[in-house]
Design a protein around this ligand. Sequence first.
Ligand code: HEM
Length: 524
Amino acid sequence: MQSADSYSTYSYLFLLLLPLLLLIFLRPHQKNRNKAPPRLPPGPWRLPVIGSLHHLINKPLAHRAMADLACRCGAPDVMYLQLGEVPAVVISSREAAREVLKAHDVTFASRPMGLSMRAMAHEGLGIAFSPYGHRWRQLRKICAVELLGAARVRSLRAAREDEAARLVSAFAAAAGSSESCGEPVNVSTRVAAFVADSVLRAIVGERFRRRDEFLEVLDEGLRSVKPGTSLGDMFPSSRLLCAISSTFRKDREFHRKITELVNCAIEQHQERKAAVAGDDDSIGDKDLLGVLLRIQKEGGGPDFHLDNGTLKAVVLDLFGGGSETTGTTLLWTMSELMRNPAVMQKAQAEVQHVLQGKERVTEDDLTGLKFLKLVIMETLRLHAPTPLLMPRECTEQCNILGFDIPQGALVLVNAWSMGRDPKYWDQAEEFKPERFEQVDVDYKGTYFEYIPFGAGRRMCPAIAFAEANMVLALAALLYHFDWQLPSGVSPSELDMEEDMGITVRRKRDLYLCPTIRVPPHVSS
Ligand code: HEM
């Protein structure tokens, strides 16, 4: 009896405590259930393991493929993709770009350090790949104040003008007379050589003796290196995939070769300095390597030492970042001008008017070339050389226009699709430089529908440097020559196919027939 009683007492107690027990046991579970799952941005359907990769396979022009996907899956602002193991978001509207690059700038101020980025940066991290923080801030300051600021760009003017004159001579040697149109000339190789010489001269202080090799390595690298697209980038936890990734090996090989050339550039600079000035440091500040070596000697900055690995990585950023972007833009500009003869005529008329019979184009003449600058702006709208900017990383979960962006997500901003979005631009696909006369827009990172140089803390620090080279070269080409397409090619048929590597450049070289309009000055 007693035991039956106690049984019923225990049962009674148990029944009484049951709700409490349930509450205790289920609470953590309940808590998880109450927590709303993250509201990811819309995106295309995903498969197990590979996520969204099947939507991008066989679509090498990622900026176009992503714009198309964003449109098809109803993600006009932010799209979610799962690239293997890596969460990624693609930003395609001005509003979303403003949120990422301005309102939450710090959260998105780092670059993802995937497998290929590590391969490209193995000697040490320069400006472009450094994680956001004290080290990057010190490097950026050096870049903005010492290397690429307006005063420094001005101080490199003589070398630029000399290289522009050589570019003109190279075309003049191959040009036809005013009576007969000459043979088609490879504009791509000559423009690439001009930009490389101008940038390398700014860095080394004189023409780099291994310039041809530099151009070869750069060309080969730009065709084969596609950062962020190796299997190892998409499945970072798989050692096997990382080990067998051929893209990774190519990235590494490219990096090895280009680093060897950087070492050679530093040696050449040191030899020259020793020959010209012995130990006199003042000569150093005439070129970018000299500036960097002086800063290294002075110690770097607060809590920061510019060690050799970092110095080389910075030179590499200038080496690689400087030439390809500028050259690509110049070639797209010439291509668009050939496809739009009325615009070419207007730009040439302005150049002829401003230069008025001079023998040589100098930078004194460039301030008056307002329309020419709009031509370059319009080219950058349609052909941003880095159409997805440079990748950013979301360093803590963040809400963008009502969507949760997971921590660690790769963030790509589609500057190319915004540049062509009819929401922002009338006749968006047309090449009409005049549009910038009517709208108050520039590319300094405040008009988020137009950001070929990026925006926010990590935007390109070299706008002045790039502009100086582009405007000078273009003015010289339009002043000294008339340009025709090879016979049988009409403007609308000009090949404009793109090739994606580190930049989006012309797939095939541009061939044009120059005839001399104003004979260039030949120095005795
Ligand atoms: C038409 C010419 C150029 C274009 C369109 C261009 C575009 C860009 C873009 C889109 C970025 C990434 C911005 C972002 O993440 O928001 C960038 C970064 C960078 N660019 Fe340029 N660039 C050009 C020329 C140059 C030149 C001539 C140099 C050097 C001589 C250069 C050096 C750099 C560096 C060092 C960074 C990394 C900045 C950082 O991460 O803090 N760029 N550029």
